[in-house]
Design a protein around this ligand. Structure first.
Ligand code: IMO
Ligand code: MG
Length: 448
């Protein structure tokens, strides 16, 4: 591997701009995902040479508008769109190699160059195999009304096998064909027994066919596969500016989120260390992404949900339909209790308020500042899903602003109501707002 060298002269003389000082930055969603993290990651990519994903898989969906083009990324880090930026898929991800190859192909077809020079995939990442996807569907079907509403990508079942170990295959294992073949045969026997018992209608899996297709995928992804942990440590020593790109959001974190209605990884900043091998203390700047309202895809409690015309209005104006599955997102008011909890879990320094433009034209806008749970007022976020299910939001009401704000470029361009709303978010979260997004374009961003 060639010696690593980063920055130096490009940062000289601009110590007043935080972006220009050598930094390790993290961007993390503070809600239930889809906070428009991709836009802030894209803006920050200009001042970072490495962008790292540390958890999740192709359940994520990041939309980036770049040079008049719209790109929808799922597994690839957003940095892949920038020439000269290295995109890293860390050890904490679960990788479906077929999906990875399709995503690479769709970007290269559009002229985005992808090679071992700008994409690295950890040999420690776990592999999603066809049975994980079948199992995901079977478990969801069995849960019936209680379904988690997964993306159906085999994410949770792959993480389960990682924890189980005996049924786990890592990317590095694909390059040891003899042991891979033997282990796969053994795993598939066990999977078929379980699947048949759980759902007799399921088509059984063929270990030989899986082996053949996965050894082919292994050859195709080989140029990208490295020990990304060792590579990141060298990048840190070379003073690279590294950006960690969170997928999903803190409230979907398997430990800290609304369990069991969560994803199966540490989607708060808790996942950075385990999912990349970069110690927490290396992170200089933790940016929490907050959508100006709340959305959720899939099941689980959602105290501020609006099952009314305001919710539908937000869905329509905000185009709140899933990037990965196309499902309509559930919409509601901003939940200050949940979001402040997400920020505490992540150790956020500053926040970005996204999609503020969507709330224009409403008579009033509301932020939940506390819950009432069984007659008691609290600003603590409940640890048990059944307590959150009965939480009644107590709202702070702010007069709406009946005017389009998509053309605003500085704080003073915003109408009084919009500014009061942003101030309330900052006050409730106890954090400074550093970015306000008022449209999908890069230019539609107010920097504070
Ligand atoms: P981005 O990165 C929103 C949700 C699913 C489901 C739960 C578990 O675009 O913010 P999984 O397939 O992960 O086992 O599903 O998590 N979920 C997301 N919701 N945005 C995402 O990613 C999500 N990724 C998973 O809807 O409720
Ligand atoms: Mg998304």
């Amino acid at each position: 591997m060639s010696a690593l060298s980063f920055c130096a002269e490009s940062h000289a003389g601009c110590l007043f701009r935080r972006e220009c000082i050598v930094t390790v930055t993290s961007v993390v969603g503070l809600q239930w995902g889809d906070e428009a993290k991709g836009k802030i990651v894209d803006i920050l990519t200009d001042s970072h040479q490495v962008v790292v994903r540390y958890q999740g898989g192709n359940n994520a969906g990041h939309t980036v508008k770049f040079d008049g083009e719209t790109y929808k990324l799922s597994l690839l880090p957003t940095g892949i769109l920038r020439p000269g930026v290295k995109a890293v898929i860390g050890n904490g991800l679960v990788v479906n190699p077929e999906a990875l190859l399709k995503e690479i192909q769709s970007l290269t077809d559009r002229g985005v160059p992808i090679s071992g020079e700008n994409l690295m995939v950890s040999d420690r990442a776990h592999v999603i195999l066809p049975y994980h996807i079948v199992e995901d569907a079977v478990y969801e079907k069995r849960r019936g009304e209680q379904a988690i509403g997964t993306t159906g990508r085999g994410i949770g079942t792959c993480y389960r096998d990682k924890a189980l170990r005996s049924h786990a295959i890592r990317i590095g294992d694909l390059y040891h064909p003899n042991s891979f073949r033997t282990r796969l045969a053994d795993i598939v026997v066990a999977k078929n027994l379980m699947l048949k018992a759980l759902d007799p209608s399921v088509e059984l899996l063929d270990a030989d066919a899986i082996f053949t297709s996965y050894t082919r995928y292994a050859e195709l992804i080989k140029p990208y596969v490295v020990d990304t942990t060792a590579w990141l440590h060298r990048a840190l020593q070379a003073d690279a500016n590294i950006l960690f790109e969170g997928a999903q959001g803190s409230l979907l974190d398997v430990d800290h989120g609304t369990f069991p209605y969560v994803t199966s990884s540490n989607s708060s900043s808790a996942g950075i260390h385990s999912g990349s091998g970069v110690p927490e203390r290396e992170i200089d700047r933790m940016i929490g992404i907050v959508k100006a309202y709340t959305t959720r895809v899939g099941g689980g409690p959602f105290p501020t949900e609006l099952n009314n015309e305001i919710g539908q209005h937000i869905r329509d104006v905000g185009h709140e339909y899933g990037t990965v599955t196309g499902r309509p997102r559930r919409c509601g008011w901003l939940d200050g209790v949940a979001t402040a909890y997400g920020a505490r879990i992540c150790g956020v320094d500053e926040i970005a308020v996204m999609l503020l433009d969507v709330l224009a034209q409403l008579d009033e806008v509301c932020i939940c500042e506390a819950y009432e749970i069984r007659g008691e007022r609290t600003t603590d976020f409940p640890s048990h899903v059944e307590d959150l299910e009965v939480a009644k939001p107590i709202y702070r009401r702010i007069p709406g602003w009946k005017q389009d704000i998509t053309g605003a470029r500085k704080l003073s361009d915003l109408p009084f109501g919009a500014r009061a709303y942003v101030d309330s978010i900052s006050e409730l979260m106890g954090l400074p707002v550093k970015f306000i997004s008022i449209g999908p374009d890069r230019a539609q961003t107010i920097l504070l």
